[in-house]
Design a protein around this ligand. Structure first.
Ligand SMILES: Cc1ncc(COP(=O)(O)O)c(C=O)c1O
Length: 378
């Protein structure tokens, strides 16, 4: 199988000796990202403190993310984690009267579910759709669970466990038709699946940079549809949520227009430099072509796993899953460590090993990892 992005492999030095297939957890370090960290340290070393440079890095990261999801930079807030973004959103919503339910699934990332459960003292009721690993029915189950009691629908666009994809346009429409709003957790999709917040009519969407965005943790981006942002007032805030963060007025609280009202404290500048560099690379290549290639790798993984007789937890068709192919392995954490000794970085979660390539990986690496998994476990 032809690798359309082979010329980019030299930007990821680890690939010379190790097949890093762990983008569902941490992608490979690229030279542009290393350069961004070096630049940050150099500016610090040479100039001591440079707010202009720091703020520029944050703005450039915000703009790259906005470009990736077809939003405007003003519609994106910069926070510390996806959990923080969800908490901020939760704080701005009310759970009152007949509209108190938060619809989510048992396969959403637990941190998000915990944020929603933490709203129970404020009147919220969390309704869990029982999602099954490998299922292609979860989108329909979510849509069916939404009704006039729903305040919020929270979905993970690609599941951290089995990679299954939720059609966020369908679940968002179901929310809208019932007068609710939708929050999309895009941590396992951004950077590997094309997102167009306008075409898909997204209300709110958050992701961090560590996984398919090729960066590090410590930064998250929160998109909020502009008309919706204007109606929401977060109860979690800080000086960067102000109309003018540098007005230093302790006695008055205003909220910036648009998504900026969801900013809190000093943004993570070094993480922003990293995210700016990594997303610029992804945007240069183009997420739609990355998505198409990753679907080809999914087909290769599913075929090989079937041939090897492995137990696959992911959906059986490439179109229903993201890059991650999850294989059921009883002692997954131990096998993850042994795979590293064999030259493969994969990621364990509970009872599965996740083989999660990015655009820089080859079909041979995916096949090799599955064969090594088989050798180590049989
Ligand atoms: C789908 C998904 N959402 C959220 C998170 C957690 O994000 P954060 O640690 O930034 O809150 C993860 C982490 O693995 C994840 O996979």
């Amino acid at each position: 199988m032809k690798h359309p992005f082979s010329s980019y492999r030299k930007l990821f030095p680890i690939l010379e000796r190790t097949a890093q297939l762990s983008s569902c957890s941490q992608s490979a370090l690229s030279l542009p990202v290393r350069g961004a960290i070096d630049d940050y340290l150099e500016v610090w070393l040479q100039r001591g403190a440079d707010w202009g440079y720091w703020m520029e890095q944050v703005e450039l990261a915000r703009a790259e993310f906005a470009r990736m999801i077809n939003a405007k930079p003003d519609d994106v807030a910069v926070l510390g984690s996806v959990s923080d973004a969800a908490s901020s959103i939760a704080s701005a919503l009310t759970f009152e009267g007949d509209r108190r339910e938060i619809v989510t699934t048992t396969l959403d990332f637990p941190s998000l579910c915990h944020v929603w459960l933490a709203q129970q003292p404020r009147g919220a009721k969390v309704r869990f759709v029982q999602a099954e690993a490998g299922s292609t029915r979860t989108t329909a189950q979510i849509a069916e669970a939404v009704d006039a009691r729903t305040a919020l629908v929270s979905v993970s666009q690609a599941c951290y466990y089995d990679g299954q994809i939720i059609d966020i346009a369908t679940t968002g429409r179901a929310a809208r038709e019932q007068g609710a709003v939708q929050f999309v957790d895009a941590y396992q999709s951004a950077g590997s699946i094309a997102i167009d917040v306008r075409a898909q009519e997204v209300d709110m969407l958050a992701t961090g940079a560590q996984k398919y965005l090729l960066g590090i943790p410590g930064i998250a981006f929160l998109y909020v549809r502009p008309e919706l942002a204007q109606r929401l007032t977060p109860k979690v805030t800080g000086w960067f949520g102000r109309v003018n963060p540098f007005s230093f007025d302790p006695e008055h609280l205003d909220f910036a227009d648009g998504a900026a009202r969801f900013n809190t404290g000093t943004p993570p500048m070094m993480c922003a430099s990293v995210a700016r560099a990594s997303m610029s690379l992804l945007n240069e290549i183009g997420i739609p072509s990355i998505e198409a290639y990753l679907a080809e790798l999914s087909a290769v993984a599913l075929e090989e796993a079937a041939r090897l007789g492995l137990s696959v937890a992911s959906p059986a068709t490439p179109a229903a899953k993201g890059a991650n192919t999850a294989i059921r392995i009883p002692n997954a954490a131990e096998v993850e460590a042994r795979m590293l000794q064999s030259g493969y970085v994969v990621s364990a979660r509970n009872d599965v090993i996740r083989v999660a390539p990015h655009f820089y990986n080859t079909a041979d690496e995916v096949v090799g990892a599955l064969r090594e998994l088989t050798r180590l476990t049989q």
